[in-house]
Design a protein around this ligand. Structure first.
Ligand code: ADP
Ligand code: ZN
Length: 529
């Protein structure tokens, strides 16, 4: 281990060089560091990989006392602290996974003024014990990482964060920083208010990741599409495939392996030794495809992830941005791809309906989903839509699927009216409601047992939509759902009218629809069967 050194009062740039081996600060780093070294509060919005750690670690080293870092990622604390110690920084952490003797040693070091950085889980700061301890030592700076967790409207709310506002009164004179990689303008405002950072200076980095190409395709045969997408990437590319359920993760990993790809599963239900092995193979070997739930990726520092694929729809734009942001941290060209379909919309609406929580909680989840769907269905630039969500204006990027291949649109008014009238007739005349599959059978004039049993071949709309294929209809319904022109209800995702339906039935609301371009992602045509 390098000898322990004291950096108090040193020049921040020299510290950067000596501790981390970097030649210069990047972007806003130098300004942020100077502002905090001078005793100012700061709110830092910087995308993942932007280099937030340095902005609180350097002031912690330069100012006298210990830098307190509040982080919810307990699993990462150990690694972060080890890395600091390996660089000659006196660091420690306090969390619930620790043995009492180890905790006492860290507490003693803090009180003796022998720590530069102390990582603490937010729940620890909710109790008098840790706060008492901190008051008896000397803090140099307080950094609240993942500060968006304080937002009750965000996708990652943690109640323990609400108490962190009290740190302002408890430690007056200690500069405080809030840092996050995901904040809409509303969330940023909430951070400022709840953490009492009204006098803080804001530092907002661009959220654009220009080396990432964004692509979203209609889901038809997701496994085959996924293999085709991976094969279209340069040989030996490392990538992450995200799925929602453990079962899908395992099945997909097995399928990719059967297709000759070097794929491994990763989810919280796997044995911890298996997870550790898979993670280290992903980090060390070339061309490993990690198929994972969103549990995977936080704190994984692999700069050359060349692609990220989503085979299930993320629950929010924040989540999508965070997960796709794990691609191309080295700045080299990378591609993120998602397959998204009608089933995703129905499933997520159902999950929201069934989730515990009050009306406003469900409304909030619904708004997150709506923003995600708007990104999926946009006929404009994906990047522009994404950046706009984070309050940043931009021009069309030229490096996303809609910029590279502008989608065709068509007038879907008549198709939408046929669907809506079928739903209305079934409801009014028979008190019945059905899911997309059966409605499409009616519209296309299918001769199924269910249709003859129910006498649905006598409906006036039976066979009226035979001009569109089954796939076309799924695309229509998916887009109508995304825009709230129909809604999916109950366990079976039966379709019903919404307030927005009336305008369409009267022919007053235009319904331009995206024509799904299937298989655009494929490198060489064909693909496995
Ligand atoms: P964040 O916390 O914002 O996701 P990190 O602090 O983990 O980002 O930094 C991301 C990567 O950038 C790390 O690999 C880090 O070593 C590197 N990095 C940060 N600042 C600099 C710098 N000034 N010069 C070179 N590399 C840097
Ligand atoms: Zn674009």
């Amino acid at each position: 281990l390098p000898a322990v050194r004291d950096f108090t009062g040193r020049d921040p740039r020299e510290v950067l060089h000596e501790v981390y081996g970097y030649d210069a600060f990047r972007g806003d780093q130098a300004d942020i560091v100077q502002h905090v070294v001078d005793g100012g509060d700061a709110v830092v919005l910087m995308p993942t990989g932007g280099g937030k750690s340095v902005t609180y670690q350097v002031p912690a080293l330069v100012r006298p006392g210990t830098g307190l870092v509040v982080s919810p990622l307990i699993a990462l604390m150990h690694d972060q602290v080890e890395a600091l110690i390996a660089n000659g920084v006196r660091a420690g952490y306090l969390n619930s996974t620790q043995a009492p003797a180890e905790r006492q040693a860290v507490e003693q070091a803090y009180l003796a003024g022998e720590l530069d950085l102390l990582y603490v889980a937010p729940e620890r700061l909710n109790g008098a014990q840790t706060l008492g301890l901190l008051s008896r030592g000397r803090l140099s700076v307080i950094a609240i990482d993942e500060a968006h967790c304080v937002s009750q409207w965000g996708h990652d709310f943690r109640p323990d964060y609400l108490a962190l506002g009290d740190l302002a009164e408890r430690f007056p004179g200690v500069p405080r920083m809030a840092l996050t990689a995901t904040a809409t303008p509303e969330t940023a405002q909430e951070i400022v208010e709840r953490l009492r950072l009204r006098d803080a200076r804001g530092f907002v980095a661009s959220f654009d990741r220009p080396n990432i190409q964004y692509r979203i395709d209609a889901k038809v045969d997701p496994r085959r599409q996924l293999v085709q997408f991976i094969r279209s990437q340069p040989e030996g590319s490392a990538g992450i495939v995200y799925a929602l359920s453990r079962k899908t993760v395992e099945q997909t990993a097995a399928y990719l392996s059967s297709q000759g790809l070097n794929a491994l599963p990763y989810h919280a239900g796997l044995d911890s030794s298996v997870r550790a092995t898979h993670q280290s193979r992903f980090l060390r070997e070339d061309g490993v495809v990690m198929v994972a739930t969103i549990a995977f990726g936080m704190g994984i520092d692999k700069p050359d992830v060349r692609f990220v694929a989503h085979i299930d729809l993320p629950k929010s734009v924040e989540g999508y941005y965070q997960e796709t942001g794990r691609a191309g941290r080295d700045g080299d060209p990378s591609v993120v791809w998602m397959a998204y379909g009608l089933g995703d919309v129905v499933q997520q609406r159902r999950m929201i309906d069934q989730s515990p929580g009050d009306r406003s909680y469900k409304m909030r989840l619904g708004q997150h989903l709506d923003a995600m769907l708007a990104l999926c269905e946009t006929v404009g630039c994906r990047r522009q839509n994404l950046l706009d969500y984070f309050g940043q204006r931009s021009e069309p990027c030229g490096n996303c699927d809609t910029c590279l291949t502008p989608p065709d649109t068509w007038d879907g008014l008549v198709a939408a009216q046929k669907l809506l009238s079928t739903i209305v007739r079934l409801q009014r005349e028979r008190g019945q409601a059905f899911g997309a599959g059966h409605l499409i059978d009616i519209l296309r004039g299918a001769k199924t047992e269910r249709i003859s049993q129910q006498g649905h071949d006598r409906l006036s709309t039976y066979g009226l939509g035979a001009d569109l294929s089954d796939q076309d209809w799924r695309s229509v319904i998916r887009q109508l759902l995304a825009r709230g022109i129909v809604v999916a209800q109950g366990d079976y995702g039966t379709l019903a009218l919404s307030e927005a339906s009336a305008g369409v039935l009267r022919g007053e609301t235009p319904v331009p629809l995206r024509r799904d371009a299937l298989g655009r992602t494929g490198g060489g045509g064909g693909g496995g069967s």
